[in-house]
Design a protein around this ligand. Structure first.
Ligand code: GLV
Ligand code: GLV
Length: 327
């Protein structure tokens, strides 16, 4: 009897090859660029042994009930797993796999690009070239806050947060401050030059010229970047978020950007995704919004896809997963 597996989207072919190479799998493949509709998903999960999904699928008790008690593993092709209810999977003894590590470099690089694009107003400036707004070279035109000798605050000093700091160091940043649930060992703080300093959130907000969010979305971090937080930042501060849109209160961010409470923001993640084209944030010149492309490098996406496939097969075999999500 073959084990039933569903892949919910068109993913890199290498992952499909891995799944097919396991002779014991029967593969149902939603081979589309677009998400599987919820009601179709609920139908197709019935009787599954393994589910390979993306961050666009909500894995909750309704879905797990529709799948049935034989479901052994949910493997998401993403590092974030806030779309999966871990209390529900844990209760049912279902293993959950994700893709940490393989997208750290790509996401950190995109974060730095977004920071630079926002700070140097590149989208706005390139727009001026096209719309005739480029009159002449002007000393005070298209200026932004300075990166060299600045203080950078990293909220969530994990794999990606550390890699962002490492990439920014060569620009001559003079201090790296970080907030994290725990102070990291000195060996970790020394991975960047100058050494990262663990501080409380108020200190980070007060002293940072650039604030970059790298926390997972959890009950604790949901909406944490709110009015109160923006009001504690410098008026010259640039806020960057490549983690999850849900960590930001977007109404409060809009007000902070509109009123000049902070200088600018670069977002790769929003609520909802896609952000409606008439969303207030898109009317602001000092807000750059990207369509959740942090890990969008070809080899990175392939590495995520194949790691997710290996997680899936390990879960089906009842083995421990190469990368298991933790509650
Ligand atoms: C992307 O956002 C991911 O979690 O991999
Ligand atoms: C800028 O182009 C300069 O020469 O200062």
């Amino acid at each position: 009897q073959k084990q039933k597996v569903l892949v919910t989207r068109n993913v890199p072919q290498a992952a499909i090859e891995i799944i097919k190479s396991s002779q014991s799998c029967h593969l149902d493949y939603w081979n589309s660029e677009d998400p599987i509709p919820r009601d179709e998903l609920l139908k197709r999960v019935a009787g599954l042994d393994g589910l390979y999904c993306l961050l666009t699928e909500k894995i909750d008790s309704e879905l797990l009930d529709a799948a049935g008690p034989q479901l052994k593993v949910v493997s998401t092709m993403s590092v974030g797993y806030d779309h999966i209810s871990l209390p529900e999977t844990t209760k049912r003894g279902i293993a959950v796999g994700h893709t940490p590590g393989v997208l750290t470099d790509a996401t950190a690089t995109l974060t730095v690009a977004l920071l630079l694009v926002t700070q140097r107003r590149l989208i706005e400036a390139a727009g001026e070239v096209k719309n005739g707004g480029w009159g002449t070279w002007k000393p005070l035109w298209m200026c932004g806050p300075t990166l060299t000798a600045s203080t950078v605050g990293i909220v969530g000093f994990g794999r990606i947060g550390i890699a962002v700091a490492q990439r920014l160091a060569p620009f001559g940043v003079s201090r790296f401050l970080y907030c994290d649930v725990n102070k990291k060992p000195q060996s970790v703080e020394k991975l960047v030059t100058p050494n990262a300093e663990h501080v409380d959130m108020d200190t980070l907000l007060r002293e940072s010229d650039f604030v970059s969010a790298h926390t997972a979305l959890t009950l604790e971090t949901a909406g944490m970047f709110n009015k109160d937080v923006f009001s504690k930042m410098k008026r010259s501060a640039v806020f960057v978020n490549t983690s999850r849109g849900g960590v930001v209160n977007q109404e409060d961010l809009y007000e902070a950007l509109k009123s000049g409470q902070i200088w600018g923001a670069g977002l790769d993640v929003t609520v909802p995704e896609p952000l409606p084209t008439d969303h207030p944030l898109l009317s602001l010149n000092n807000c750059v919004v990207l369509p959740h492309i942090g890990s969008a490098e070809e080899s990175t996406r392939e590495a995520m896809a194949t790691l997710a496939a290996r997680n899936l097969l390990a879960g089906l075999a009842g083995e421990s997963l190469p990368a298991q999500a933790k509650l």
